[in-house]
Ligand binder design. Structure first.
Ligand code: HEM
Length: 182
């Protein structure tokens, strides 16, 4: 939070409303959002039906590293939520909220392991809009409140133990309670 506040303060002058160009000068904010979408992807599950029989290069065999047959008409389910928490992809601290992992170069080769907005021909059309909207909202919240913390008595739930609700999208089952001060 401290580093995020510093970045916002260095780009913005006082409490002015951020422009698109200013938001683009906030790389750490982008990492924070990326990390949030990794651990809490709003679209946690997705699927595709095979229009023809095909072979996927990996995913088969006991270790998942062998080719896999997919027959015409079969449904392939893929999950950003599951991928995000895999230690063989994101490392032993996969359950930690660590935005710095996105700027260190350590995830350069993960390719399709990160796809909160999907990809290919049916990629989310609102990705850029959503990124701007959430960036703007975070900047304004941090500019408005000098203190944002867990309310007294609220348990600090580690990643993996929090309750969530799955509808078409993923929600926090009990909301996100915070104490703020102007
Ligand atoms: C954090 C916010 C968002 C996330 C994580 C997200 C994620 C996704 C994902 C994963 C898909 C692919 C669905 C599929 O494979 O069937 C999708 C599709 C789509 N999204 Fe988003 N979305 C977000 C916000 C938005 C916003 C704000 C808009 C519009 C302003 C939008 C418009 C669309 C549209 C039109 C499609 C369908 C694209 C197509 O099938 O050609 N999304 N989104």
């Amino acid at each position: 939070m401290k580093r995020l506040r510093q970045e916002i303060a260095s780009v913005m002058e006082g409490g002015q409303v951020p422009t698109r160009d200013q938001i683009k000068k906030m790389p750490y904010l982008a990492c924070v959002i990326k990390e949030s979408l990794r651990l809490y992807p709003p679209v946690p599950l997705n699927n595709r039906e095979a229009v023809r029989t095909t072979i996927l290069p990996i995913g088969g065999g006991p270790e998942g590293d062998k080719p896999m047959l997919v027959r015409k008409g079969e449904l392939v389910v893929f999950s950003q939520y599951v991928n995000s928490r895999k230690k063989n992809i994101f490392g032993s601290d996969a359950y930690d909220f660590r935005p710095e992992r996105w700027e260190s170069g350590e995830l350069e080769s993960i390719r399709w392991a990160y796809f909160p907005f999907s990809g290919g021909p049916r990629q989310c059309l609102g990705e850029d809009f959503a990124q701007m909207e959430v960036s703007y909202t975070i900047v304004r919240i941090l500019q408005t409140f000098s203190l944002i913390k867990l309310p007294v008595g609220e348990p600090n739930e580690p990643v993996g133990s929090e309750r969530q609700r799955l509808t078409l999208v993923l929600l926090s089952a009990e909301g996100c309670k915070v104490e703020v001060r102007v």
